[in-house]
Design a protein. Sequence first.
Length: 451
Amino acid sequence: MEDYFSYTAQLFNPDEAHSKPEALKGIRVLDFSHVIFGPIAARLLADYGAEVIKLELPFYGDLWRPATYWGKYWKHSNPIWHNITKNKYFISVNLQLKESKELIYKMAEKADVVIENFAPGTADAWNIGYEKISKINPNIIFLSCSTYGQFGPMRYFPGWDLLAQGASGVLTLNGYPDTDIYYKLPDYVGDFVPGNFASLAVLMALYHRKKTGKGQYIDMAQTEGLMRMLYHYTYFSLTKEAIGRTGNTDPTMMPASIFKTADDKFLALACATAQQFENFTQAIGMPELASDPRFSETLERLKPDNAQALTKIAKDWIQSKSCTDILKLAGEKGFPAAEVADDYMIANEEWRRKRGSVVLFNDDVYGKLLIAGPSAQLSKTPSRTKWLARPLGYHNRLVLKKFLDLCEADIQDLERKKVIGTFDDRPGLKPPVYYNLNEDPIYNYGKEVKK
């Protein structure tokens, strides 16, 4: 065999992803979800080959379509929306009409998974919940995403990412000790993390169905997903003491914190083992610290006064060196350190592009956009991006003709009755101003395309 790293580079080569099979090919998902929590779960399945059909209201669409950070749009779209909803089929159906329910029931007959994140009880009240869908298709795997779950005393309380962060307890651990300021976890961690857990639950249910032939109902609560990131309450139940907030310091090793370098960059340093600590003391020219009674043993280094003193020593040394010099020493001497990456670094570092961790994707409609690659590399069945988000109702004809065998006359009748529809002039719903949908073969699937 050639050397290991050449072997793995070839095994996981992102340029070959599109030539490999898709792990979830043949799995069909009806995605009723909106905003981030549910859509992330559905998108992860789509990344690995599932046919995800996203249903939205005509002329209104998903709440996250027109929403965007600081009101900044890209080609009439929310740029973050593309990461959340890529690889999906977009169909716009009015759930309030009887004819719409019939379409959904027909799609459910051949679906494998349904995902929704309405308020608990809403899908059931609309007659598209698990009870109804499982009668149509007993093998269905039905995922309900909510903040507090489908049962229990908190089930009716409204919730978003920030509320879930608060109710899960994670905010009590984020920040600095001896302050009364709490910090929100960045972006929408309260949606993204439970969304990943939700997709994992779907995969487990699919595996169970493969063995038994039986579908099931999944109740995924944001608060519980976030709680699985942390187990501090177990420590409290035993000691009756809270671990508390630790700021930028890791309470299980020392020195371990985030420091500012001489060239105004930030550096993460974490010495987990005795050998790493000894290597660090050699690198900073203070080998005597390794035999200092305050620092020679791990438990001694973790005592508050000793930890504070050692952190001060590390801070003073790091402030005297450039980030590049410290990273060079870390490699030579053998202690763990990493520069704190900002958005510019993540977008431009060559190693991320080579691994496919960050992808400059060239989309047929939107052109080039930098998006996230796979969170895990699979050698045989890697994930891939096939297209970005699409205008509201973009796949109406393709889904209804290809998946439901409707004809053009049927579709025109549904349009006339406003059972299905597309977009109005709002950003996030419509295509880029330069793009001519009349010439798009997917949008006009089954029709003669105008040239």
